[in-house]
Design a binder for this molecule. Structure first.
Ligand code: TXA
Ligand code: MG
Length: 328
């Protein structure tokens, strides 16, 4: 249920979208920075605000499956099977785009990533805006994704409106899939696992080169805190000064001696870890620690998506120890 006060805020936000403005809004995964998907000037503002390269396409958000035909064409039955099971929800399906979608949204690709978010505020916003909303995550390009309105505020003071929907309930971004003749291929691991998808349609891997062409925005580095970020291993434990470092903890085994420790889930529940991951990264980025160390989680189920985020966050710092730069 949306309160009357919230509904009024959504109406204001929808008017801004209709007039070509940009609004930050909650989804179940992370906050998005949205504009009218059919208005290229409005979408351009998102790229400028985020400092996002134009080769990285945006996901288009719908409030109902009935809107599918206004953004894409040649929708086959498998999409409806997936929609029935996973929409509204954290699954983005890359489909053939309708020619009404401007090139800036899709970075010139002939496909468009589409999803229906499982968040009442998001869907009400899209509905009242009477359009589809193109939205990336509401962070500056390459930085940590936002799971609270406060995180969005940290990045964007200049955005027309931020709808506050509290903490997002999934915490990491949607799974992005592409459908080929034989089944689905995963372009980005996310909240919905391969195993869950395989119950609906078969998994069929494509060649890595083809995957790169299909998904030009997938970079090795992303989600980067402004501080050195490492995935915990023996060598790092030996070299790092724990008294100056923050730990994102999973098992609790390594907590002793760190200046700050944030435990992702007391029961080591991977879904709970996903919910708390970006918030933990933001907290340590904004705290007095010099380095951030994250304990790896098992790479199974949603753990694959969590490890994907950790590896991308650690990408720039991967060679620090090889160079002995961190002799603290
Ligand atoms: O959970 C989410 O997906 C969040 C919320 C706001 O919906 N959005 C999100 O957007 O994570 P963004 O822009 O941070 O990441 C979307 C990624 C892009 O980096 C791009 O690589 C991929 O989706 N993408 C978008 N359209 C695509 C397309 N047509 N083909 C292949 N990949 C696409
Ligand atoms: Mg993003």
């Amino acid at each position: 249920m949306i309160s009357i006060e919230k509904k009024n805020q959504i109406k204001i936000a929808a008017d801004i979208i209709k007039k070509g403005g940009v609004v930050a809004f909650p989804t179940e995964t992370v906050y998005g920075l949205g504009a009218d998907a059919f208005n290229p000037n409005a979408v351009e503002k998102i790229f400028e605000l985020k400092k996002r390269p134009i080769f990285d396409p945006l996901i288009v958000h719908l409030y109902s499956i009935d809107q599918l035909e206004i953004v894409c064409t040649e929708v086959d039955n498998r999409v409806y099977d997936l929609a029935e099971k996973f929409w509204p929800g954290p699954l983005t399906i890359v489909l053939k785009k309708n020619n009404k979608i401007p090139d800036i949204v899709t970075s010139g690709l002939n496909t468009v990533g589409v999803r229906i978010p499982d968040n009442d505020i998001a869907r009400e916003l899209i509905k009242l805006s009477e359009t589809a909303i193109a939205a990336p995550s509401a962070n500056k390009f390459g930085r940590i994704s936002p799971t609270k309105a406060e995180h969005v505020q940290k990045y964007f003071s200049e955005v027309d409106f931020i709808l506050n929907g509290g903490n997002t309930k999934v915490g990491i971004e949607s799974t992005i899939i592409f459908l080929n003749e034989k089944g689905f291929e995963i372009l980005r691991y996310g909240a919905i696992t391969k195993e869950e998808l395989e119950k609906v349609i078969p998994y069929c891997e494509i060649k890595i080169d083809q995957k790169k062409l299909l998904s030009p925005g997938m970079l090795k580095s992303h989600y980067s805190p402004r501080k050195p970020f490492y995935i915990l291993n023996d060598s790092i434990l030996n070299k790092i000064d724990k008294s100056k470092s923050g730990l994102i903890s999973f098992t609790g085994k390594y907590d002793d001696g760190f200046k700050r420790v944030i435990t992702l889930s007391k029961n080591q529940d991977l879904r709970e870890c996903a919910i708390n991951l970006f918030s933990a990264m933001h907290s340590l980025e904004d705290s007095d620690v010099e380095n951030i160390i994250a304990e790896p989680v098992p790479e199974k189920g949603i753990g694959i998506a969590i490890m994907d985020r950790l590896k991308k966050a650690a990408f720039y710092y991967m060679n620090d120890f090889a160079d002995n730069k961190l002799n603290t």
